[in-house]
Structures are given as C-alpha cells and as structure tokens.
Design a protein around this ligand. Structure first.
Ligand code: PAF
Length: 287
C-alpha cells in the first residue's frame, strides 16, 4: 500500500501547514493516534471531518505512557499502511514525529491530572495517564487545532483529556467518538491483533459482561451486587484475570452504586498476554 498523503515529522513543518490553512480561513481538527490503525480510528477521522475543513492525524507510539513491563517495543508500527488508510478516510496531513522531536534532550515536564486519572487504569498502569496527558498537551499546543477527536473506548483517557484541557485553558474543543465494535460486540482495538483464535473467541464476553451489569442496574440492582458476579462470569468464560469492572459517574468517574445519574460501566481484563478494556454508558430511564 502506498499513500500520497503528506507526512511531516517536525513541529515546525506541522505549524507551517496549519498556518497556511488558517491564512485561508480554514478550520482544523486533530486526531491523535499511536498508529496500527483500524476502522475505529478511521471513524475518528470521519468525525473530525464533520467538525473541521482540514484533518491532521498524528501517529506517535508514545514511550512515556507505557510501563516498563508493557508492550511499547512490540506495539505494531506500520506507517505506510496507516498513511494509506488515513488518506482513504479523507485525512489531509499525517504528523509522525520521532521520539527525539517530541522528547528532546533535557525534556523535564510532566502533566499530571488528579481525580479522574486515579483508580481504574490509573491504578493498574501507574504513570500511564501522566504520559498520555503530557503527550496530548504537547500535540494540542503543537497543532493548535479547533477540535481534537478521541475514541470513547478509552473513556477514562477522554475524561482525563477533557479535565486538563479545561484546567489548562487549552483552546481546543475535545470531541468524543463512539466505540466501533465487531459483529460479536468486541470493541475494535489495535491490541486485538495480539490474540490467539481461542482468546478471540472468549473476548466478546467482555461486552456481554458490561451489558449484563447495565441490565441489572436498569432493573434496580446495585453495582456492589452486580460487579462481583460479572467478574466471576468473565473468569468462568476464560479470562485470566480482571483488573477492574466498576460502575462510575460518567463525567467525574466517582464510584456509583445505583443508576441515579448517567453512569459508565468500565472493565479491563486479561486474556493471555493481551489486556482488553471496554466501557458502556447507561442513563436512568427518566432522563
Ligand atoms: O489513545 C491513544 O491512542 C493514545 O493514548 C493517544 C491519545 C494517541 C496518546 O498517545
């Protein structure tokens, strides 16, 4: 696959291109990614095109958001394929910086977010959200788009990004895009490629577990009652372990027991070497 899509690797080139568009009165959307693109990412480009005249996607496997025992080195890197897919989706520019462009010698600043970044993936992956917040802050300030689009599949990440963008007065609208799923309910993820066929057959139970908790909440049951049972169900289905399965306030991510406000049910579980996450929203019937 070869792409005609323009690729820039330096912040200076990115800013020059954005300025060129701005001078023509065009609006700009940014879609930050780590590459290994699938239809879920391409739906972010489609969403971005609804919000702006020009779409810049970034592909950068950000080392600071991976823990020492995580999959940074084996994370799939396939720039040519990614560029061709982005071009097909209508993206106008790919920003693919090197690690030294993003983190030059002497780099010493970290953006940390309290509250929404604590708990859930924040507990299981210490430092992860500081790495995400730091790189996304940089990308937003480098491109200074009108909007930036992120997938709702990483709901806690989206909440963290909304929080620091508001707190730091970063003048970029943060847009969430719904999770795309396979026919059997499995959320699209670059990490799905790691699974064996046996693991892939078990993986859809993650969404079924979330749906079961959603039904229980709608019927008036409590999270305290429903979540341990759902975790047990995932372990019985073949998951090696469940990092968390919890019901949280959809915006603040504070723990919630009953369906008395819009909630998000969030799960992270391991299948062999693969860690899968997913979440769904539920709102009380009267809303
Ligand atoms: O969701 C991702 O792919 C990454 O966390 C992001 C937002 C591109 C930051 O590296």
């Amino acid at each position: 696959m070869t792409a005609e899509l323009d690729i820039v690797r330096s912040v200076a080139e990115l800013r020059a291109r954005v300025k060129y568009w701005r001078d023509q009165g065009l609006t700009i959307a940014l879609v930050p990614t780590m590459g290994a693109l699938h239809q879920g990412h391409l739906s972010l480009v489609t969403k971005a095109l609804e919000h702006a005249d020009r779409v810049v996607a970034s592909v950068f496997v950000n080392p600071t958001q991976f823990g020492p025992n995580e999959d940074f080195s084996r994370y799939p890197r396939q720039e040519e394929r990614d560029a061709a897919l982005l071009e097909g989706a209508g993206c106008h520019l790919l920003f693919a910086p090197t690690v030294t462009e993003m983190y030059p010698d002497g780099f010493a600043t970290t953006v940390t977010v309290a509250g929404v970044a604590d708990g859930l993936c924040g507990t299981v992956r210490p430092g992860h959200f500081a790495g995400v917040a730091t790189v996304v802050t940089k990308l937003l300030l480098q491109a200074l788009p009108d909007v930036a689009v992120f997938g709702e599949k990483d709901w806690q990440q989206l909440a963290v990004i909304r929080r620091f963008a508001r707190d730091l007065d970063i003048p970029v609208g943060i847009v969430g895009a719904p999770t795309l799923r396979e026919a059997d309910g499995l959320a699209l993820s670059s990490r799905n490629a790691y699974m064996t066929p046996e693991e892939r057959a078990i993986a859809p139970w993650l969404k079924r577990g979330l749906d079961g908790v959603a039904d229980g909440l709608r019927a008036g049951a409590s999270a305290a009652d429903l979540c341990p049972k759902a975790i047990d169900g995932l372990l019985k289905a073949g998951f090696a372990s469940v990092d968390y399965l919890e019901v949280r306030d959809a915006e603040t991510l504070a723990p919630v027991d009953k369906l008395d406000r819009p909630v998000r049910i969030l799960v992270a579980a391991r299948l062999g070497k693969t860690r899968l996450i997913d979440n769904i929203g539920v709102v009380p019937a009267s809303r």
